[in-house]
Write a protein that binds this ligand. Structure first.
Ligand SMILES: Nc1ncnc2c1ncn2[C@@H]1O[C@H](COP(=O)(O)OP(=O)(O)O)[C@@H](O)[C@H]1O
Ligand SMILES: [Mg+2]
Length: 232
């Protein structure tokens, strides 16, 4: 099954927000997507419904129960730190090959049509002590949806993430710009300015608290085009 990465220019910018909206848009087209958040930190079972795995399960229309949480997010750590640091707090070590193997195994599983994998943090956040999220994505090459914000400084952060992602040989299906909370520069102007530097990569705008359906539908088009799977 084709894979699409959900990556961020930084953390807390809207990866899960956009991924959930994209999953809903794909399902609305009658498609059957799957999702994986291989590693989540800052996770608590008490607030699972608000966690990344919980929000992805809700977008997939699946119950938020222990079995589904384990399936969608096998590595969950309590500390709100980068994955290798959060793992170490629990005396654990993240093995790169096993996380990459998790993605490959899910891709090989049948029954679904498109796999979305949400990374943790930003494109160059660590996954292990010696591998970044970019290394992780490069180990399973597939189109990337890059999430950026609109806070002051976001244009540089987003273009930097775009440049390193492309330099790693990964195709960027779209930049999804999720409007940052106030105070932030004007959203439309920020998106237009970013777009002028983004080349052929579409920049799709997710205005804050405005409903994500229209943008998610355009993102679904970009993603299905990028995977070229004939799923449209
Ligand atoms: N466009 C948006 N409109 C409303 N809320 C948003 C938007 N983008 C992000 N958020 C909210 O901001 C917070 C961080 O977003 P989240 O998707 O969890 O980020 P990430 O997955 O990149 O860490 C969440 O509470 C999310 O619901
Ligand atoms: Mg997230």
């Amino acid at each position: 099954m084709p894979l699409v990465w959900i990556a961020g220019a930084g953390t807390d910018l809207g990866k899960t927000y956009v991924a959930a909206a994209l999953l809903r848009a794909l399902r609305q087209r009658g498609l059957q997507p799957d999702a994986l958040k291989p590693v989540a930190s800052g996770y608590s079972r008490d607030t699972a419904a608000d966690s990344d795995p919980g929000r992805l399960l809700a977008a997939l229309g699946r119950p938020i129960d222990d079995a589904n949480l384990e399936q969608i997010c096998p590595l969950r750590f309590a500390a709100p730190l980068s994955p290798p640091l959060a793992a170490r707090m629990e005396g654990r070590i993240i093995a790169f090959d096993s996380v990459a193997g998790m993605v490959r195994a899910r891709m090989a599983a049948s029954g679904r049509q498109l796999l979305l994998v949400e990374t943790a943090g930003g494109v160059m956040s660590p996954l292990t002590d010696s591998d970044t999220m970019l290394d992780f994505m490069a180990a399973c090459p597939a189109p990337v949806v890059l999430i950026g914000g609109s806070y002051l400084g976001a244009i540089s952060h987003t273009l930097t993430a775009l440049a390193v992602t492309r330099a790693a040989g990964l195709p960027v299906a779209a930049v999804a710009l999720s409007q940052s909370a106030e105070p932030a520069p004007p959203f439309d102007e920020t998106a237009a300015s970013l777009g002028a530097f983004a080349g052929n990569t579409p920049v799709l705008c997710f205005p804050r608290d405005a409903g994500a359906d229209a943008a998610a539908d355009a993102l679904a088009d970009a993603v299905l085009h990028a995977v070229g799977s004939g799923l449209t």
